[in-house]
Design a protein around this ligand. Structure first.
Ligand code: AMP
Ligand code: ZN
Length: 495
């Protein structure tokens, strides 16, 4: 029996604003769509949080035995500077500033995105479609929306008619916004506006003479509106109705609201049955965002080359830090929080390593079965990774309290090992730094020093000060200086 049949997965559906019992439309198959990045600049850690959260969701769904088709797009056209269908295309603007072809910008930042996500040990999606690779399909959907009477053409652009749609549907159902409030919140249309109402949004925009990214269409040369690509690519690869759609909270409105309206108008169905939204990563209490400059790049995080951090961190530490918060809660990034996560990670890992050396026995006051059930219960409760991690620490405390003999039967010991392995590595996607095959030689060196420091800590705990001093002195002799602080030992490597 597949695991998903034994586990009632509850997930918070942003559409109903309730936790619902998940059921797949066509189990064991499951369709998951996540809005991908707009590849006009380097990803920041905020973006990474959203993709890491959905990587954890993807991993758990796979662990439960679903055959997941995971589609995550690349936005390489159509995303304008602001949500009111105005301003330059973000990619075209960057291309103009850097005097490059738009596709050079796209290539450069797509590679950066892949490289960074691989460092965080995320699993690539099954399909990674691009907006520019689906212009024909986007034009087809626009034609269908016009035929349904829900869009109109004006001077070579096509706009979605929100008021008309709202006569029979509820525009605002996802974001909880009321159409009257939306109307009063928008500024008056200026005389030149082609829109019939300020709420209408472009699904096709006529290209001005200077706009470099342009395609032929029945309405002349232009480019698709940003919201359209996700409707088109999700339906193309997952069907008119599919299981889960995810993205960051900031995309709920207007992006996802518009997706629902386009889906319904173009296909008669609203697309996903469950909407999941990841919450924001903040820095100093403010949302990390490219446009405000309140960001930290993955490069700065790994190298520590920034005044926002005391030192660099391995990507898996940042991943562990993120997993310690629920994906739906806001999370503030700080040097102290990362230091604490690093300590927690090492505590968990040293228990994992110690477990490998424990023998079976009897008499332990720890029920592996019950503990395992609580791990699943945590994840079945809307992917509650922080509660799962607290369960992993329960097991770590048990392991740390044993010497030589685990007090567990052969079967229980084996079950403890496989369950810990599944949740630490498969579901949370953490890496064992001590054993990770990392490319850079210096990374390896740091990992080795870390192992020595752990052994030294163990020696001190055993009051074997002669050994602990020898480790420190011998490291010093090869130019590695160890400093003891209140939060444990740190080291610096002289080159
Ligand atoms: P973008 O490239 O701007 O389209 O964003 C890519 C993804 O990152 C979207 O799902 C956003 O919701 C998400 N995102 C942007 N800023 C943050 C943040 N500070 N924290 C978490 N996710 C974010
Ligand atoms: Zn999208």
């Amino acid at each position: 029996m597949p695991l998903y049949e034994e586990n009632d997965l509850m997930l918070y559906n942003s559409l109903s604003r309730k936790k619902e019992k998940f059921s797949a439309l066509n189990a064991p198959h499951l369709g998951l769509y996540v809005c991908g990045p707009t590849v006009y600049s380097e990803v920041h850690l905020g973006n990474c949080r959203t993709f890491i959260s959905f990587d954890m969701v993807y991993r758990y769904l796979r662990h439960l035995g679903y055959k997941v088709r995971y589609v995550r797009n690349i936005t390489d056209a159509g995303h304008l500077e602001n949500d009111a269908d105005e301003g330059e295309d973000k990619i075209a603007q960057r291309a103009r500033l850097e005097q490059l072809e738009p596709m050079e910008i796209v290539q450069n930042y797509t590679l950066n995105f892949h490289e960074v996500l691989a460092k965080f040990n995320t699993i690539p999606p099954s399909i990674e479609p691009t907006a520019t690779g689906h212009i024909v399909e986007q034009i087809d959907m626009i034609v269908k929306i016009i035929e349904a009477g829900l869009a109109y053409e004006k001077n070579g652009s096509v706009y979605f008619n929100v008021a008309k749609y709202n006569e029979s549907e509820n525009y605002g159902e996802l974001s909880g916004r009321k159409i009257e409030e939306l109307i009063s919140g928008t500024r008056e249309l200026d005389a030149q506006s082609e829109k019939e109402s300020p709420l209408d949004f472009a699904i096709w925009k006529k290209a001005s003479p200077s706009h470099i990214m342009r395609w032929n269409s029945p309405w002349g040369e232009g480019f698709p509106g940003w919201h359209l690509e996700c409707s088109v690519m999700s339906t193309k690869y997952l069907g008119e109705e599919f299981d889960i759609h995810g993205g960051g909270m900031d995309l709920k409105f207007p992006h996802h609201e518009c997706e629902i309206a386009q889906n319904k108008a173009g296909t008669g169905h609203k697309g996903p049955r469950y909407w999941m939204h990841g919450n924001m990563l903040t820095l100093n209490g403010q949302k990390m965002s490219k446009s405000t400059g309140n960001t930290l790049s993955p490069r700065e995080l790994f190298s520590g080359d920034t005044d926002k951090l005391e030192k660099g961190f391995h990507p898996t530490i940042a991943r562990f830090f993120m997993m310690q918060a629920h994906y739906g809660s806001q999370l503030d990034f700080s040097s102290e929080a990362l230091m604490a996560a690093e300590k927690g990670y090492h505590r968990l890992m040293s228990a994992w390593h110690k477990l490998q050396g424990l023998a079976s026995g009897s008499g332990a006051d720890f029920s592996v079965q019950e503990w395992r059930a609580s791990c699943y219960a945590a994840m079945n409760d809307d992917f509650n990774s922080p509660v799962l991690i607290s369960q992993l620490f329960e097991a770590a405390s048990f392991i740390n309290g044993r010497e030589g003999d685990s007090g567990l039967s052969d079967n229980d010991l084996e079950l403890l090992k496989t369950t810990l392995h599944d949740f630490i590595f498969e579901v949370l996607g953490l890496e064992d730094i001590a054993h990770a095959a990392s490319g850079g030689g210096s990374d390896k060196l740091e990992e080795v020093v870390q192992i020595l420091l752990e052994l030294r800590m163990q020696a001190r705990a055993d009051r074997n000060f002669a050994l602990s001093d020898t480790i420190r002195d011998q490291l010093a002799a090869v130019g590695i200086e160890v400093k003891d602080g209140k939060d444990g030992a740190t080291f610096s490597i002289k080159s």
